[in-house]
Design a protein around this ligand. Sequence first.
Ligand code: PEP
Ligand code: MG
Length: 563
Amino acid sequence: MSPQPPTVVTGIGVSPGRVAAPAVRMPDPVPEPPAGRRLAPGTDHDAEAARIGEAAERVKAGLDELADRTEGDAADLLRTTAAMATDPTLVDDAVARVMSDHLVPERAVWEAAASVSAQFEELGGLFAERTRDVADVRDRLVAELTGRAAPGVPERDQPFVLVAVDLAPAVVATMDTDRVLAIATAEGGPTAHTAILARARGVPAVVAARGLLDGLADGATVVVDGSAGTVTLDPSDDDVAAARALAALVRTFTGPGRTADGHHVELLANVGDPGAAESAAEAGAEGVGLFRTEFEFLDRSEAPSVAEQVREYRRVFAAFPDRKVVIRTLDAGADKPMPFVAGDPEVNPALGVRGLRTAAVHPDILEDQLVAIATAAQAESAHVWVMAPMVSTVDEAQDFVAACARHGLEQAGVMVEVPSAALMSGPILAHARFASIGTNDLVQYTMAADRLLGAVAHLSQAWQPAVLQLVAATCRGGAAQGRPVGVCGEAAASPAMAVVLVGLGVTSLSMTPRALADVAAVLETVTLDECRRLAGLALAASSAADARAVVRDQLPVLAELGL
Ligand code: PEP
Ligand code: MG
């Protein structure tokens, strides 16, 4: 009898690399216990109330044990959360709700936590930021009391592949990448911030792998291929050995980026904070093509002060002396909500007041940020370029450039993320000094496909010929005005797509530093003319799948390098 062929689930590869390891399922979020759920008459209230204290002790012990195995800031954070689990304010309040309101312990904990959070909110400042820790402790206590798996990334002795329906960006941002070797989700979109973070952290990832969780046993070995976008559920020994051999290959980038005939393509880094900028410099990036300043603002109840911003920006600029650093002004809204810029609730936040549009409502936030950028730029030698996110009209571009000029920031540009900006790139670039195409949002708005939604992930691809047409239009606008056009969306990090983008006229590519070596390795095997020819083939394709296939077919180097 011949062996059964392995079961391969196809999704979308969002972060390259192949990993073979046991699959571990991310527990479902802890649901809110129903309001008003009370103890049955005659229940021993003392015994039920005592369960809260016992659960708190167990949660604390578990977190302390985890802290002992963790280092640095993460360990401190875990100890603080552990202490909160047995904090009398929370536990005594929950016990009182069992004794006097007859609530079941899990509901009592839920309500007590809400009350503690409200007190923290009222105190504001640093206290308000602790409400997330309260929610974490609450969920752990409720899980303990109801016999569920503890929330968060599970603990295992061996490194593993984390599988889930979907994962929040915060989980991917904070998970320990020595333990989580790859991620695979049944839902999720390729340009969601979860996918971006997986790529930034160098964790191979596949999203929108429908059927992934059907019958997948916890601990069963799987092979995740983040380049092919597949998860093999019952791999052969050869599949496992091949994945392990590939994982051992490491490429490095020493710059600058060039095609085979010496055409320079600036290879830059996307960063979100000073630490990432320092690692990008170590990885050989020629500069920074996208500094997402909002990562400094996320989770804050108030905007950081000008002085604080100056300190952070200086550290990023200092990592690239005499090099280019493109800093983007605050991109709040949609999937990056920030309490201090929140306006009225919106039905379609992605189409609402986000990015540069928030400046009309909060001009002070943009002004403060430009003051901080100008001050930091003066103190450092980096060549600072400033750009605005979500520009959709010529007037917006003109106003932004004028605002930058008032602060002495001459290199002011725009992101092209909205189809209108791509189509109007000529007139826009008569004002703006450069454009940087944000393909993540450009794909979302061109294809009318939410970048967070797994159900439309097949549409959310920069390979869509319509998206490529808009990139080409932007490059024509740039060429007509003699202005450079870069790409800083995730598309820039795909080696095959990078070749097409260069062929369309893109002059710089900005990506997670981990992708620099792969993109450079492929670019140096093709001439500029070949890039143009391949771009022509992709533009002429009638679907994303055809565009990708026709280009990959002509680039055998991709398979040779395992990309
Ligand atoms: C983009 O939209 O491509 C982009 C780079 O911006 P962000 O992913 O931060 O929205
Ligand atoms: Mg964007």
